[in-house]
Write a protein that binds this ligand. Structure first.
Ligand code: IVH
Length: 670
């Protein structure tokens, strides 16, 4: 493909993707399937990889991320991001209204109400219609530049299509994780034996500050805008700004309403009190603003917040109930989770009987005792949480809880690694719960997807000593399965068929299935893509692993530890013999030139324009080779930011040429 052909193709694909994206996010219409949409995006990503210089500033591929930031740069807000005064009481709200009336010398005014979204506030700048910057609130004066992460939010326009927009303006809003996305995220974490996140708000906040924007893209953040700033001709009221935002393609929450008096405001608050729990995101109150911009200006500001607005916060429902006991769960990785067993109570619409206490520190922090009356709240409306003890009801004879010292499943003495909150059962080879947990992990949909097997069957297979590890599944015979309760010809045939067809599962899923600690599905995909086979991965050193995007010390050490154990290597050999895929069939990138023919590269550090994976593909596509370690034979060390010092020193000693990202670009375009 010539450069001009590529330019045209990139333009056409971008237009098509933008068209469908807008249709979906603004009109909720899908004219093409998700698969077709992903295919269009995939083609565009490939083209942009081959012709990086042709990438458009508002390319829809930015929705899938790709940049890695080691540190966010700090940006001073053009207009400081103020906080709001808040109250839980209708009387205080009436006081606020009194101050407004007084401040405006009795002239008439209206309020604009909308729900208060429980997320992370963000300020986004547009110049000439293009999204140029997204900055977190920070301390209100200065925040972090998280533009690449903000661009992954699909409902946010990267370019405004409307004519007659100001040359420059700022919009502010709240980034959040929709409830269903948060739920799914926690389910996925449970699958890899990781502790689940406690609430959507903190998780959204952590996500906005993730270093790898392609990870952010997977999290599916969303955003409501509620504030337009800048010199916007013809806008006299906040309600008009909101209409403008809507007309320019921004997502505003449909919950807003104008109110003529504080009585109407209180009705609005009351109306939403219970209904808000049906909304797709967490809300924690109502924001009330004087609508007229002129009146806002006259009311002015205190040192911290505007005098023309206030937040009314709903009290989160909290009830007390009896702590009947504490039980302890053992996870697939041996991690112990204490659980509060409660006298059942009805809370925000569901019956609550149990609540996770996370770890021993949490029990100590709450100073829990069996028989205590405890307050329970629903954190983020979904997950029940013990918040405190009602000390007035405590029995003086009660004693502090002694945390268990032995595994409740196998009796092994528990260990606690310095610096970690969790206790672990170290008996990974003998603890029945851990063994069954590993097999359950192995067969799950995202892994080997053997849906003819379930928790109950696994327990039976284990009890009958037929299966102690995933590899044993592939040795099962019909005669063995006849011993299972309730299994007949047809169910046996189905089960064996399910196990047999799992052999075609892709390498990345197999890599996730074998259950290396801290290797979730995404990391498994990255490792599979980078190393291409289990043999390469098994040989990888800590340093090699750190070369993979998103892989840090903890994952690298865990992978090295996994392959250093002979029982793991034996298990993999058995699985390989059974016919599982331990290599990737992903094709090498298509050749585009031979500019880098016979040149070898080591890539190290992080880069402005490219992800490391991308650089690797570009080098191969142009005829070069990518190596993992610096040696005398190496031609170039491609050095990014934060490159480890050892590589640079070694290169210098051996006389290997060290080049930067821009040197590399020049090389490609020479
Ligand atoms: S308006 C001058 N509207 O609440 C401040 N804020 O406590 C104008 N928030 O920092 C803010 N939902 O992050 C406004 N519908 C809404 C909101 C909202 C959530 C957040 C926002 C702000 C904080 C103030």
């Amino acid at each position: 493909m010539t450069t001009s052909e590529a330019r045209k193709a990139i333009q056409q694909l971008s237009e098509k993707i933008n068209f469908h994206n807008d249709l979906y996010y603004q009109k909720h219409i899908s004219e093409i399937s998700d698969l077709e949409f992903d295919q269009l995006l995939e083609s565009l990503i490939k083209l942009e990889e081959q012709f990086p210089q042709l990438k458009l500033p508002d390319s829809p591929t930015q929705r899938v991320g790709g940049t890695i930031a080691k540190e966010f740069s700090s940006v001073t807000h053009r207009y400081p991001m103020l906080s709001l005064g808040n109250t839980y009481s209708p009387d205080e709200l009436k006081d606020f209204d009194g101050r407004v009336t007084k401040g405006l010398d009795g002239e008439p005014y209206e309020y604009f109400c909308e729900l208060k979204f429980d997320g992370v506030s963000i300020s986004i700048t547009y110049e000439n219609g293009l999204l140029v910057r997204g900055v977190t609130r920070g301390d209100g004066v200065k925040g972090d530049d998280v533009t690449a992460n903000v661009k992954t939010i699909k409902s946010l326009p990267l370019r405004i299509k409307s004519k007659n927009i100001p040359k420059e303006f700022e919009v502010r809003g709240e980034i959040f994780l929709p409830k269903n996305v948060f739920k799914q995220l926690n389910k996925d974490r449970e699958d890899i034996g990781e502790e689940t996140y406690a609430n959507a708000r903190n998780t959204a906040s952590g996500t906005v500050k993730m270093q790898d924007s392609s990870e952010v893209a997977k999290r599916k953040l969303d955003c409501f805008l509620y504030y337009l700033l800048g010199d916007i001709p013809g806008t006299k009221a906040h309600s008009e700004s909101i209409s403008k935002l809507e007309a320019w393609g921004f997502q505003v929450s449909p919950t807003y309403q104008k109110c003529k008096s504080i009585t109407e405001v209180l009705e609005y608050i009351h109306w939403w009190e219970n209904r808000r729990t049906d909304l797709p995101l967490e809300t924690d109150g109502v924001v009330i603003k004087v609508d007229s911009l002129d009146q806002q200006e006259r009311l002015g500001y205190t040192a911290k917040s505007p005098r023309w607005a206030i937040a009314y916060k709903y009290k989160s429902e909290s009830l007390s109930t009896k702590l009947n006991g504490i039980t302890y769960q053992v996870g697939r990785t041996g991690a112990i989770t204490p659980v509060a067993e409660l006298e059942p109570i009805l809370l925000a619409g569901t019956t609550v009987k149990r609540a996770s206490l996370h770890n021993a520190n949490e029990i100590a922090r709450l100073d829990l005792r069996i028989g205590d009356s405890v307050f329970v709240e629903k954190g983020g409306e979904i997950i029940p949480k013990v918040t405190s003890v009602d000390l007035t009801k405590r029995n003086n004879q009660s004693k502090s809880i002694q945390y268990i010292t032995r595994c409740p499943e196998c009796g092994t003495a528990l260990v606690r690694v310095e610096g970690e909150a969790n206790h672990y059962c170290p008996n990974d080879k003998g603890c029945p719960t851990q063994i069954k947990g590993r097999i359950e992990h192995f067969i799950q949909r995202k892994a080997m997807n053997i849906d003819s097997l379930g928790e109950k069957t696994i327990a039976q297979l284990y009890d009958l000593r037929l299966v102690k590890s995933p590899a044993d599944l592939y040795d099962l015979k019909k005669e063995d399965l006849l011993k299972l309760e309730g299994f007949k010809d047809l169910s046996i045939k189905n089960l064996l068929k399910g196990i047999d067809s799992s052999k075609t599962t892709s390498f990345e899923s197999v890599l996730f299935a074998i259950g290396i600690r801290y290797v979730g599905k995404t990391v498994a995909e990255k490792l599979a893509r980078y190393f291409k086979s289990i043999d390469n991965l098994a040989k990888a050193t800590n340093e090699d692993l750190l070369g993979v995007p998103e892989v840090g010390e903890i994952i690298a050490q865990s992978v090295v530890r996994f392959f250093s154990k002979s029982e793991n290597r034996k298990e993999i050999e058995r699985l390989r013999k059974a016919g599982l895929k331990f290599f990737s069939d992903e094709k090498e990138p298509e050749k585009v030139s031979s500019i880098l023919e016979s040149k070898s590269f080591v890539i190290s550090g992080t880069f402005q324009k490219y992800e490391r994976d991308q650089l690797k593909d570009i080098i191969i596509a142009n005829g070069g080779r990518v190596l993992s370690g610096v040696s005398g034979k190496l031609d170039y060390l491609l050095a990014g930011e934060n490159m480890g010092p050892s590589k640079g020193e070694k290169a210098e000693k051996l006389g290997v040429k060290v080049i930067s990202e821009s040197d590399f670009d020049k090389m490609l375009n020479s």
